[in-house]
Design a protein around this ligand. Structure first.
Ligand code: SF4
Length: 323
């Protein structure tokens, strides 16, 4: 009998989004423009490999501004920061370069605008995530965190006619819809954000994983445990019919027993994952007989964000070019 054909369905789009690409380039180009060391507040993006590579190039990762020597250069991560973080940088005379993803900045603007109009804001997101801390900091007196449908019962608002929900950019689309539906049962006049807060990259990566999951025995997602969008991809895959789903930082973390009896493996990666880590997984699977590779291309992504203005100005003065 012919053995079953073992194949890999490779999701596209996967990996780097425009916001991560911009943030990583910001650190690389700041190193070229100002020289090492460059300080980075928090992980620039949530990926172990990216952080280790930038560290090797001269970036120093810190948790807070007070760890940065006075007058040095500090970069704020793609996840965004609260306004007080800019103030602290000013007090320490730091040269602050803001690598916040423009799509997170958009949510910050929404939060400030609705707070100025005296709305109560229900921020759907994961407690303790850096993006949630940064967004809450835009209007702390007006924002309440709703961490999934289970949090809805404890929501209290001043005026049920003046409430809006906003969200973290990297949530599961389906879970957010469920949370909003539950909030609406309690607050029928709840307003929606003017445009999607869950970003295009999160939505696209989830959409293609959902599409291929029913055919998969196993879905492998390359990404770090603290990467919200990567963790969500594993959940989405399992919800959409993949028999199993695993998150790995590196190919060598894949356990042989995950592949036992499998004929179709799905493969994707989070928005902060460089492509070479996915190529390593493809090679690992090929060595185990999964040599038939099919890329499932759901959506073309063309979005590119320009670099932070201050960095662009200083690059020009220093004669540094991107790429
Ligand atoms: S995942 Fe979305 S919000 Fe986050 S950096 Fe990428 S594009 Fe921006």
């Amino acid at each position: 009998m012919t053995p079953p054909r073992k194949r890999v369905l490779l999701a596209k789009p996967r990996g780097y989004c425009a916001g991560v690409d911009r943030a990583v380039q910001t650190v690389e180009l700041a190193l070229k423009t100002y020289g090492a060391p460059i300080y980075v507040r928090k992980e620039i993006v949530h990926n172990k490999h990216v952080v280790a590579t930038l560290e090797a190039a001269g970036a120093i990762f810190v948790e807070e501004n007070f760890e940065v020597p006075e007058g040095a250069t500090v970069i704020f991560s793609a996840h965004g920061v609260a306004p007080e973080v800019y103030e602290q940088a000013k007090e320490r005379s730091l040269r602050a370069i803001d690598a916040t993803c423009p799509l997170v900045t958009k949510v910050h603007h929404e939060a400030r605008r609705f707070a100025a109009d005296d709305y109560d804001i229900l921020l759907i997101g994961h407690e303790g995530h850096e993006e949630v801390i940064g967004t809450t900091g835009q209007a702390p007196a007006r924002i309440q965190l709703v961490d999934g449908p289970g949090d809805v019962d404890k929501v209290t608002v001043r005026d049920p006619n003046k409430v809006v929900w906003l969200s973290q950019t990297t949530l599961s689309v389906d879970e957010t819809v469920a949370t909003v539906a539950k909030l609406r049962e309690k607050l029928p006049m709840l307003q929606s954000p003017p445009s999607d807060d869950i970003c295009y990259a999160t939505q696209n990566r989830q959409q293609v994983v959902k599409q291929i999951a029913p055919e998969c025995d196993v879905m492998i997602v390359v990404g770090s445990r603290n990467s919200s969008n990567s963790v969500r991809l594993v959940e989405v895959a399992k919800d959409a019919g993949s028999r199993a789903g695993y998150l790995v930082d590196f190919a060598h973390e894949i356990q042989e027993e995950w592949l036992e009896g499998a004929t179709t493996v799905g493969l994707s990666s989070g928005a902060s994952v460089p492509e070479n880590l996915v190529e390593d997984v493809v090679a690992f699977l090929a060595e185990r007989g999964f040599a038939d590779l099919e890329e499932i291309n759901a959506i073309e992504e063309r979005l590119v964000f320009s670099l932070p203005q201050d960095l662009k100005r200083d690059m020009k003065a220093a004669g540094v070019t991107a790429g």
